[in-house]
Design a protein around this ligand. Structure first.
Ligand SMILES: *Cc1c(COP(=O)(O)O)cnc(C)c1O
Length: 360
């Protein structure tokens, strides 16, 4: 068996010990005689798996007691509608900070449910930098302010937590959740699809402050009503049980590595290897403003984009896959999520250097 270095933006690489454990437990989970896939979500075995996953997530993220953790379906794109359906009703308006493709889509979707104000946008610089807080034109009557903490496609990331006063801050953390310690109390709501940093696709995690529950628009489908899901321990409908189980294994693995502070140190070390190389090179370049560079998704360009196809083909031949940049941005993109090893990044840089030496 050969495993590749998978730089996919998502669904993404998972920790190998987790995949091995899942394989070993596939037919018979802990002597139950069942696969986790075959368990009732209301049986004691699965309830145990669910409770452990919630407890691990709360511990790793240090979620305060006045927040609920919900396991939902629909992904972050689903949350683009679910968030406004549940939160915008308090005042009928919301502020969006537009920093790239994902926050653009969040903003457009929210406009179906209320009045949306683009309080700041990075469009003027081609989404290569996060607009400074001083430039934001916030509406004091907004029900919330929405940001995307890490733009997976453009590769910009907040390295600061915006202060929005008494207006709740809502963040799409799909591509950087659990990659670094954050202060959950500074947010009203955090949501993330699991498939970038903490598990398989099909599971969406929502962390929401208690006082934001109970304001859903009447049109809100019951399965997407945060309060109803909270009252039913995320089991108003059948939750994505197998994805929850795998996420639980991933979280346990993160805990064994030393928790989120240790993961952050690893992520910083990995990103430094690649950015230091890009900065020293005249053949490759990073289009993103230095202070806003993502530690998770690193877009880069070759000197001549006519070489892109050859670069990708040779990378693939060396077991390095999914390096093609998003079609909106072009060039390359290396995604360095939690489960990517430093060996993977070192192998990439070694290959990039060789490619540069033969093509410069
Ligand atoms: C991947 C991603 C999405 C889309 O997630 P889906 O699971 O396809 O709904 C949204 N926002 C961000 C920041 C992402 O990285």
């Amino acid at each position: 068996m050969t495993r590749v270095f998978n730089f996919s933006p998502g669904p993404a690489t998972l920790p190998e010990p987790v995949l091995r454990q899942a394989a070993a437990e596939m037919l018979d989970w802990h002597g139950s005689g069942m696969s986790v896939m075959e368990m009732s979500h209301r049986g004691k075995e699965f309830i145990g798996i669910y409770e452990e996953a919630i407890a691990l997530l709360r511990e790793l993220m240090q979620v305060p007691a006045n927040y609920k953790v919900l396991f939902m379906q629909g992904g972050a794109i689903g949350e683009n509608a679910i968030v406004p359906m549940n939160l915008i009703g308090r005042t009928g308006r919301a502020d969006y900070i537009v920093t790239g493709e994902w926050s653009t889509r969040s903003c457009k979707e929210a406009a179906k449910f209320g009045t949306v104000n683009v309080a700041a946008t990075g469009e003027g610089n081609g989404f290569t930098a996060i607009p400074k807080r001083a430039e934001w034109k916030l509406d004091p009557k907004a029900a919330y302010v929405h940001i995307c903490s890490n733009e997976t496609i453009g590769g910009v990331q907040y390295h600061w937590t915006p202060d929005t006063g008494s207006v709740p801050l809502v963040a799409d953390m799909s591509s950087d959740i659990l990659s670094r310690p954050i202060d959950v109390s500074k947010y009203g709501l955090i949501y993330a699809g699991a498939q970038k940093n903490m598990g398989p696709s099909g599971l969406t995690v929502v962390v929401v402050r208690d006082d934001l529950l109970g304001h859903a628009l009447p049109v809100t489908p019951s399965a997407f009503n945060y309060q109803l899901q909270s009252e039913n321990d995320s089991m108003y409908n059948t939750p994505p049980t197998y994805a929850i189980y795998i996420m639980g294994l991933v979280l346990k693995h993160f805990q064994s590595l030393g928790g989120i502070a240790a993961i952050e140190a690893h992520n910083k070390a990995k990103a430094k290897v690649l950015y230091d190389f890009l900065d020293a090179s005249k053949f490759y370049r990073s289009p993103v403003a230095r202070e806003d560079r993502s530690l998770m998704n690193v877009p880069f360009k070759l000197k001549d984009d006519a070489l892109d196809a050859e670069f990708l083909k040779d990378a693939q031949a060396r077991g390095m896959i999914q390096l093609k940049g998003h079609r909106l941005v072009g060039g390359m993109r290396a995604s360095l999520y939690n489960a990517m090893s430093i060996e993977g990044v070192q192998a990439l840089v070694k290959y990039m250097k060789e490619f540069e030496d033969t093509h410069a």
